[in-house]
Design a protein around this ligand. Structure first.
Ligand SMILES: [Zn+2]
Ligand SMILES: [Zn+2]
Length: 254
């Protein structure tokens, strides 16, 4: 599985793009940085997008991608979303007001997008991949993901505060090769992080203690760019083993 980081930040600034990972050039996890990262030919090869939740920094390029690929693909781009996320996309984004309804456009028989609902906790297939969406702790319905191609599995925590289910699912996954875990605010903003369903280095350390393996690379993402320096200083003091911050443009084969 080829894994490429198109966006790994909790906010957008020059050189910081919001959450977006590309798997084998054809499947995206979250859509925070598709259209600013890839040329049209590469965007046209994306058949599936799996969304962790409906927050704007994770879905913003779904409508922009639809506009670019409308009429240029034989099949719709499948957007895999939890029930609440799918509802938000339909009601609040592709509602004919904020953006055209590309699940019916440019032609209801050949739309640019198809929204497919998955059930949190229930494994589902996308082509050669299986995806286990695991409910996590965030103000809106949100999932972490365990994505496997049959040989290797990668875990993505999604936006979450302290949680049990994601770690339990990760511990049960034999072929797990890497874990991408969110980290958003410095511990000086612990109350903000707790209220918003995010991790600080302090709560991250507690979360990593739930992992039963000590050999897995843990790659942090979703750091808020306004607090990046403070976050990195705090992480350096903690010196958590096997943990590093993901960088824009990182690519690895699992
Ligand atoms: Zn969020
Ligand atoms: Zn987010």
């Amino acid at each position: 599985m080829k894994f490429r980081v198109l966006g790994c930040s909790g906010g957008e600034l020059p050189r910081h793009r919001t959450t977006c990972f590309l798997v084998d050039g054809r499947l995206a996890i979250d859509a925070g940085a598709l259209t600013a990262s890839l040329p049209l030919a590469a965007l046209l090869r994306i058949d599936d997008i799996v969304l962790t939740h409906a927050h704007l920094d994770h879905v913003k390029d779904v409508p922009l991608l639809a506009d670019l690929v409308a009429g240029r693909r034989r099949t719709p781009v499948r957007v895999h979303a939890s029930p609440a996320c799918a509802r938000t996309l339909r009601r609040s984004l592709l509602n004919g007001e904020l953006w055209p309804d590309f699940t019916r456009l440019p032609d209801p028989r050949r739309p640019a997008l198809e929204i497919r609902t998955f059930r949190p906790g229930r494994r589902f297939r996308i082509g050669p991949y299986t995806v286990l969406p695991v409910p996590v702790e965030h103000p809106v319905e949100a999932v972490g993901l365990l994505l496997s191609d049959g040989r290797a599995t990668v875990g993505v925590s999604g936006d979450t505060g302290p949680t049990e289910r994601f770690w339990k699912a990760a511990n049960g996954e034999e072929r797990l090769r890497a874990l991408l875990v969110e980290l958003s605010f410095p511990s000086t903003l612990q109350r903000v992080a707790d209220a918003a369903g995010h991790l600080t280095p302090r709560t991250l350390a507690g979360e990593l203690a739930k992992l039963e393996r000590d050999d897995l690379p843990v790659l942090l993402y979703h750091l808020k760019p306004a607090y990046l320096a403070e976050l990195k200083r705090e992480l350096a003091r903690l010196a958590l083993p096997n943990v590093r911050v993901l960088r824009l443009g990182d690519a690895f084969t699992l």
